[in-house]
Write a protein that binds this ligand. Sequence first.
Ligand SMILES: Cc1cc2nc3c(=O)[nH]c(=O)nc-3n(C[C@H](O)[C@H](O)[C@H](O)COP(=O)(O)OP(=O)(O)OC[C@H]3O[C@@H](n4cnc5c(N)ncnc54)[C@H](O)[C@@H]3O)c2cc1C
Length: 505
Amino acid sequence: MSEQRWDAIFVGAGITSLACAAMLIKRNPGLRLLVVDKHVVPGGYASTFSRPRQGVTFDCSLHKLSGVAEGGNLIRILRELELDLDLVYPDDYFCAYHDNAALPLANNAEQAEQQLVTRFGHQSQAIATFFEHVRTYGRNGYYQFQMLDGSFEPDMAQLRFAHRNFKHKTVYEVLHELFDDPYLIEILAAPGIYVGGYPEDLGYLYYLHVVYATLNCGNAYIKGSSQRLSNLLVQRVEEADGKIILSTHVDGVLSDGNGNVTGVRTSRGFFNSAHVYINVSPHYALQNLFSLDTGLEATREKLKALKPARSTTTVYLVIDQPPAELGLQHTESMLFADDSAASAELRQAAERSGYDSEPSEQAFWKASPIEVTNYHALDAAGGNVVCLNVLDSIAHWPPRRSPEYRAKKQRAAEALVERLFIHVPGLRGHVIHTEVATPHTYVRFTNNTDGSGYGAMIGTDLKGHGFHHGFPIQGVHFLSAWVAGPSYEAAFGYAEMKAKQWKQV
Ligand SMILES: Cc1cc2nc3c(=O)[nH]c(=O)nc-3n(C[C@H](O)[C@H](O)[C@H](O)COP(=O)(O)OP(=O)(O)OC[C@H]3O[C@@H](n4cnc5c(N)ncnc54)[C@H](O)[C@@H]3O)c2cc1C
């Protein structure tokens, strides 16, 4: 296997790598591409794991593919790649649960707006303003790649207005300027969970584009799970004589001493190429894959400003019958704590405490929203599976394998599942299997910094995001949620852009 030459090598087989490799090969038949991953299955977060005894398959990440209605970026790219995907378009965006009441929001922007006006009549004017922001500034952000290549012409007055008024504001700040109902603010801020940020973390303009992508541009699940998508991309690459090597750790990215990349060193030997695409976290890559004498001080310095998005704690549940029959009707739900006004304050208190255990558990597990996916309702073939996600911080988790870690996992499961039972009491007594993934689990499987599954936090200060500009080793390309932005759609959009930029050395 050693000393082979490839046109490009991808370090990591996450969704961005696989999408880029499939597009490169489609645009340039004959290219010889190699994708190397340390894991046993391809896809990174876009993968699944099974528990045969329970007869279930858990999806590691996907619950919503955005941009899959007509006009969406992702559906256009998927069609271009001619991937044979069966998409499931759910009826709901999500159902909000709070104070013993359920408020379903339709998977359609106009209907969702109307439902919010019906429930929060006293805020109807501000709701209209908010949805107008999504339709204008959110849309401009969504078509950013097309803006760069000239195929989308934004209204310059809108861009200037957004830049002047919102560029430096967080979601928290703008929503509090627009609304005075704390529960409505929590509902509107909830899509931030899809990209790893709470309202106090995320830049408002960026978040508007997330709402536009997921609500206005259609969302869906994939029959057969995220693994089906990853496997189809692998198939595309392999059919064109590319190679995916799994269970192979990349230990180093090599250069010739004159500022040109020459290949990678792996647990299975050396592979040569003048193009190396880095799909792993840039912090991890710079610390572990490049030798210290390669002149990367300036990049390391810039990288200090690139903060990871929040990590996730996930509870995977197996139910003894279809969850809908026990009262979990919707494909996705958001569970909100009773005191909507308190959640941001408690998170800030946890941070001030240095992420002490008790205030952190209170803030992240008990006071912040929980995202619940009823996977059985999306694709019954995976079994009676329900998953609960909260954004979390690795800082209050003890090291893996310690008794404290095991006890904390147990507490996380109890806290999250109890909140589910309060809103959907029919599920009580029907959970037959529980597993917990913590921020440490995410680091272990993907090497993503602090367990962030969403790459970098996209706040109001974007200076760290240009860390790779002027990278001193020619032929090294960064390609992941850390540079593309979180989500499968961003991964495909970025991969498309990188494939268009391909130049043989
Ligand atoms: C809980 C959760 C739910 C999510 N839900 C959604 C959703 O519904 N919709 C959506 O659009 N997005 C969702 N996301 C975000 C989305 O999953 C990610 O943004 C995306 O999958 C990240 O892909 P990536 O290409 O950056 O690579 P990653 O998935 O991070 O993959 C990196 C790969 O590199 C490999 N690797 C690391 N180090 C090495 C090494 N030294 N040698 C070899 N290989 C290595 C890893 O094994 C891994 O396979 C979710 C994320 C999380 C965490």
